[in-house]
Each structure stands twice: as C-alpha cells, then as structure tokens.
Design a protein around this ligand. Structure first.
Ligand code: SF4
Length: 343
C-alpha cells in the first residue's frame, strides 16, 4: 500500500485518514499542528498522541517533508534553496530576513509556461505544477532558520496557472491548525489570468499583486504574452471593483527597465489607469539576466516615479533588491538551472 504524504493535507483530510481507527478530530489537530507549526518529520515523535495512533499513522502515511538538495547564502542574509522531490521537477525557494520580518518566497511550478521576456524562469521552460504540500514544504524548511512572518508567491512559476494548489497552500499557511500565518502577510503574485484572479479574490483572503511591466497594451503584450488573452486593464477594473475586506492589499508590481518602460509617458499612463482605484504600486529594480544588455532604471528615477504617483494619490513604494548575488532576486530564479542537468 502506497503511503499517504501528510504534508499538504488539511486537518479534515488527516481526520479522514485516522477516523476508521477510532481516532478523533482532536487527534487530527495535534498531528496537523506538529506537522505545520513544528515541522515534525518523524511520526514516532509527535507529542501528545498515543503509541497506538503513532503506529496507525506510520502504517498508512509518511510526513512528506522534502529536504533541499542544496542551499546558497547571500551577503545580505538571504538563503536560496534548491528542491527536487520528483524526477525532472526542480524548483527554488528564497528565505529573506529583514529585521523582524522573515519572508519566504515560494515557487508554485517547476519553470513556467507564460514565457515573459526579462524572466529567467520563463526561459527555463515548464516542467510541472507543484502540489500544495510541495509549496508549503518550502515554508516548513525555511522555518528551521527562523519563525516565518511573511510568505510571497513570487518564486518560479505563475501561481494562477496552478490555482487549485495555490488556494490549498494558502489555506494550509493561514489555518489555525496549519501554519497560522496571517493572510495579511501572504501575497500571491501573478502576470494576470483573469478567470483565476476572480476565483482567487472570491476564495482567498490573501493579498494579490499583478505584474504590469508596461501600461501600454501593445508594449506589455511583447513582454507578457498573457496580455493578448487577458488584458491588464480589464484585470485592474475587476480588482478596483472588488469589495475589499479590511486590510487585504491589492497591488501592481512595476519592474523598471532603463529606457524601456521608465519614460514620462509611462508614468502618465500608469497614473491614468490607477487613479482612484485604491490599488498600490510597488516599483521594482530590474535584475539583469546572464547575457542581457538591459539594465535597471536609476534609483533617482524610481524615486521620481514613486513621488509623482504619491502626488496623484496613488500609494507607491520602491522595493530594494535582495539576494541578487545568489541569483535569488526577482526574475532570476532558475537562471542557474539546466532542465537536462542531473542534480
Ligand atoms: S514573470 Fe512570472 S509568469 Fe512570467 S515567465 Fe516569469 S515566472 Fe512565469
């Protein structure tokens, strides 16, 4: 009998596994708390449950914790992990410490099929979706370094091209019986798949950020092929009209490329499409890919964009770069991977 992997199961699903043995929902909660909050990777040491239950569990299941194959540390304290729990499925995760805030940037797919230019993951190709357990496992492993306060779905893959598993992972991360991280501290980042955005907004209390790249449709379509099918203006209209629960944050990420999307015309158009929507803007530096001659906009120009957007009543911030020396910064994940290489 193939054993069930517990990481990735909800408390109710764990209960469904042990109920035939006469065990209770309380027992299931003890198991899920040990798995998700303490990262227990040995079922024989789950605290507060009988030996009978431990044996029952061990016969039918395994923790399902996947250990990283390797890790590299940045001078700024960020740590990048490489995972591969299945053949041909490689993915990377970044732990980012910033004073009190400890963030994990998780991957949702091995590679990506969206094909955006300026993204190493897109160039790596698509190798498969990650299950909810594989997504949450990345946070469980990083939790060994320090308690995790924030999770961003900004690693490899388009999260809303794997919506079922991302919604389930958000549940496991936020549930009291799971990792109990506040939904306010969890952000899912997408280039925009309209039906999946509507579903995410309806079914998850977590934050959402849409990558804009350019406010002009034809220019954006060259950078983000998804624009042709799912125009971002329609997505912004949906986000702006969505009744917001208090404190949930909807944002636009705008990666700034020198001489490409950082002109006054771009600034004016961003202002035009976002004014009055309540949607915030995160301005991001560009991280150059190997062999690429493009570069990031100057910090002074990024500050000018931020100030002008703020003057128009649009909340805006500039995000500083983290982990670039280990290719862990935005858009760089998978830049050191080869689909064919053995690991
Ligand atoms: S930017 Fe995001 S959606 Fe686009 S190719 Fe990269 S990982 Fe995929």
């Amino acid at each position: 009998m193939e054993k069930v992997k517990l990481t990735g199961l909800s408390a109710d699903e764990i209960y469904g596994l042990i109920e035939p043995g006469g065990f209770t929902r309380e027992h299931a909660l003890k198991i899920s708390n040990s798995l998700y909050k303490k990262g227990v990777s040995d079922l024989s040491i789950i605290p507060g449950v009988s030996r009978h239950l431990k044996e029952y569990l061990q016969e039918r299941s395994e923790p399902g914790i996947c250990e990283p194959l390797s890790s590299s540390s940045s001078a700024d304290g960020s740590v990048k992990f490489l995972f591969s729990g299945r053949p041909n499925i490689k993915f990377e995760t970044v732990f980012i410490p910033e004073e009190e805030r400890k963030t994990v940037c998780v991957s949702t797919q091995s590679g990506c099929r969206m094909g955006c230019s300026f993204c190493a993951t897109g160039k790596y190709g698509f190798h498969g979706d990650l299950g909810a357990g594989e997504i949450v496992n990345q946070v469980i492993v990083c939790q060994r370094i320090s308690p995790i306060t924030h999770v961003v779905f900004m690693g490899m893959g388009e999260p809303l091209d794997n919506t079922d598993n991302v919604l389930k992972a958000c549940e496991l991360l936020t549930a009291e019986w799971g990792m109990a991280i506040s939904p306010r501290n969890i952000t899912v980042s997408t280039v925009g798949i309209t039906p999946a955005i509507v579903r995410f907004l309806e079914q998850s209390p977590c934050n959402l950020v849409v990558s804009l790249y350019s406010p002009f449709a034809s220019e954006r379509a060259k950078m983000v092929p998804a624009e042709k099918k799912y125009p971002v203006r329609e997505i912004i209209r949906i986000m702006a009209g969505f009744p917001l629960k208090k404190k949930r944050r909807l944002s636009i990420a705008y990666m700034m490329l020198k001489g490409i999307n950082d002109t006054e015309q771009h600034l004016e158009e961003i202002r035009k499409i976002l004014s009055g929507t309540g949607i915030r803007v995160n301005l991001l530096p560009y991280h150059r890919l190997p062999g690429d001659e493009h570069s990031s906009s100057e910090p002074g120009l990024m500050d000018h964009f931020r100030q002008e957007l703020m003057n128009s009543g649009i909340s805006a911030s500039v995000r500083r770069s983290r982990g670039a020396d280990i290719s862990a910064a935005c858009g760089l994940l998978a830049s050191g991977l080869s689909p064919e290489s053995d690991i």
